[in-house]
Design a protein around this ligand. Sequence first.
Ligand code: BDR
Ligand code: CA
Length: 302
Amino acid sequence: MQSIKHILIDTDPGVDDALALALAFMNEGLRIDLLTTVHGNISLAQSTENALKLLSFWGKHIPVAAGAAVPLTGKTVTALSVHGPNGLGGLELPDPTCSVIEIDAVTAMDRVLKKADQPMTIVAIAPLTNIARLLQQHPEDREKISNLVIMGGAWGRGNAGVLSEFNIFNDPQAAEIVFNQGLTLTVLPLEIGRQAQIKKTILPTIAASGRVGRSIADMLAGYRSGSKDAFNIYDALTMAYLAHPEYFTLVPAFVAIETSGRYTRGASLIDDRGKLKQSANAKVAKSIDSVAFSHWFEQQWQ
Ligand code: BDR
Ligand code: CA
């Protein structure tokens, strides 16, 4: 029998975040023990409302805790032009039937980790503010994290700055803290999302799969990331990784975060060649078997 993997997800939904959540629910080998929300694609208030609306609409019952409204320093930068004014590609969902738990995201993560029998996987698909605060306030929790799977960073050019990927750009100080804790980190940077786009021709199949699929197809219709014929579904790649790590080629690397460059704030320098003379602090995906990924992705909606 397949053992169940218990995970925590930190998110700013976000169309590709919503798709990641849907794929997590579709994976019978995963249990989401806690969802935490953070500023990012939209404000914290909207991010939390979106998480609650999605769960209510899909009939899923998991605890949601709200986290940071702003980065550790500076202001948050939203991505409304990509995700639509409400973050869900313009899809209007009914009011949620659930609400957030009474404790904040950091306290909630700490409690779940401390209670866990085994170290857990955290999936971080948003700016890393909540995770950095958790590690600062509860450093002992590091030993309860078996893997922190991050969608973030870029080998080359960015989507928020010339060299900066959105999640890192939105809180570089937090990213620097997270990358320097000696944790097991798995990083899926921008290029992986671009190698494993999904074709727009799959939308009718997704829509026909049921209530969750219909809402995902509606959100994707208002999502502006990708090309004329295909979407970048960055965050959803984390769920492909949990289901099929063998699709990904990972290399050990030292990831340095630019916290204050004149033009490069939020850049992630992924050094897999020892240029910076530092030990590796992460495993970073270099490529994905996009054919196997597409096949897997299509199967999810059958
Ligand atoms: C990341 O930025 C956000 O807009 C997406 O949700 C994803 O987490 C991609 O750079
Ligand atoms: Ca996200």
